[in-house]
Write a protein that binds this ligand. Sequence first.
Ligand SMILES: [Zn+2]
Length: 358
Amino acid sequence: MNKITFAKATTFSEELQKNVEEYFKTTGEKKRDNPLMFFKAALMFAWCGAAYYLLIFTTNTWVEAIGYTLFLSFAVLGIGLNVQHDGNHGAFSKRKWVNYIMGYSLDIIGGSSFFWRKKHNIAHHTYTNIQGADDDIDLGIFARMAPEQPWRRFHRFQHIYLWFLYGLMFFRWHFDFEAFRKSLFPPKDGPQPGTWDRITFLGGKIIFFNLAFIIPMLYHPWWGVLVCYAFGIFSISAVTAIVFSLAHTMDETEFPLPNPQTLHIPSEWMKHQLQTTVNFSPNNPLLTFYLGGLNYQVEHHLFTRISHIHYPKLAPIVQETCKKFGIHYRVNTTLWGAIQSHYQFLKKMGQPHMQPIA
Ligand SMILES: [Zn+2]
């Protein structure tokens, strides 16, 4: 499916890019290397370090264990949303090595920056909501997330059970033996890791498993460590999966398909992103800060190499340009409204012949 092509950019894409460039010229703001981003990264790492210390070296009771586990888990998620995401997109800095170090934080917290760059940056960001090409809408047999996916009887209940399955996503990442195999013996048609990619992949796994299991088990019973790990990871996994879902698998979004013969999508790429992506709760500064701007997924999808701290300022520019060209700009004004929209989407896709509202 990676031979999919989009229509040629029209004056809409040109004008949108020009307007955004103009913003950076007139304000003198830098697209990357912003002090606020370095502050955020330092804050997330310090939060994570302090929470880890409290959990492993000071915890004596179950109440402390539960509280510090949540405190640590949300610090880990903060790194995932604010540091690795920008780093792996090349949006943190103009210096490649800075992006690399920030991106590598994903390996330390249990993922793989190498596979993330392939799956997230290419499959998801280029071919958003295209069945068969965007891995993010493929949850296997458990869910029907696009009209072209096969319907199964139990999908009728997906709007109820999926919220719990979302909590399992990170376990799959942490114990992704398939990625482990592919990093050592890459298939010919898959991503080809270099020697350095393999070293960092394996190094990341060793660091993560030591931090998550070996060191804690030196100070606490093994079963207590496993209970805390399962509880913490389930919590942040559910939050992450829901945040990702609120951007694309919604009542408001579309699922365009390429022409089966030519694999051509009739929309230009930027318009395709606007058809398949929706913002939520844009006026909530706390959410914007903690989610790394992922409530502004429209701006993120249009300008992946611009630091997320600029999204609130870019949003009115994008909105205005869309209005001028008569293009629908999608936004759910509240978090609750977005959650309801995702619920409705799951419910509709759980019906055998239902199509989402575009
Ligand atoms: Zn992204």
